[in-house]
Ligand binder design. Structure first.
Ligand SMILES: [Zn+2]
Length: 87
């Protein structure tokens, strides 16, 4: 997909690849090559809803680490895409 960054003053367009399965059933985040912010594209598992409700701002890596075992089935790609889906 082509993503346009929503950060004011950045608005960099970038193209990212991820599986349809993650997009429809799991979690997808992409990293903007301009400002390096991660943007949530899909969160069907509610992980990021939970992370904002407990009042602590966590990084994607922290969140993935907290999920431990499960994360092995996802991936963090070199292009900054994070995707995960359950079997
Ligand atoms: Zn950006």
């Amino acid at each position: 997909m082509t993503f346009t960054c929503t950060v004011e003053g950045c608005e960099t367009r970038s193209t990212h690849e991820f599986t349809k399965r993650s997009y429809e059933k799991g979690i997808v985040l992409v990293q903007c090559p301009g400002c390096k912010n991660r943007h949530l594209i899909a969160d069907h598992l509610g992980w990021f809803k939970e992370s904002t409700e407990d009042g602590k701002l966590r990084t994607v890596e922290d969140l993935l680490r907290a999920r431990g075992e499960k994360v092995k089935r996802g991936r963090i790609a070199e292009d900054g895409v994070v995707e995960y889906y359950e079997d």
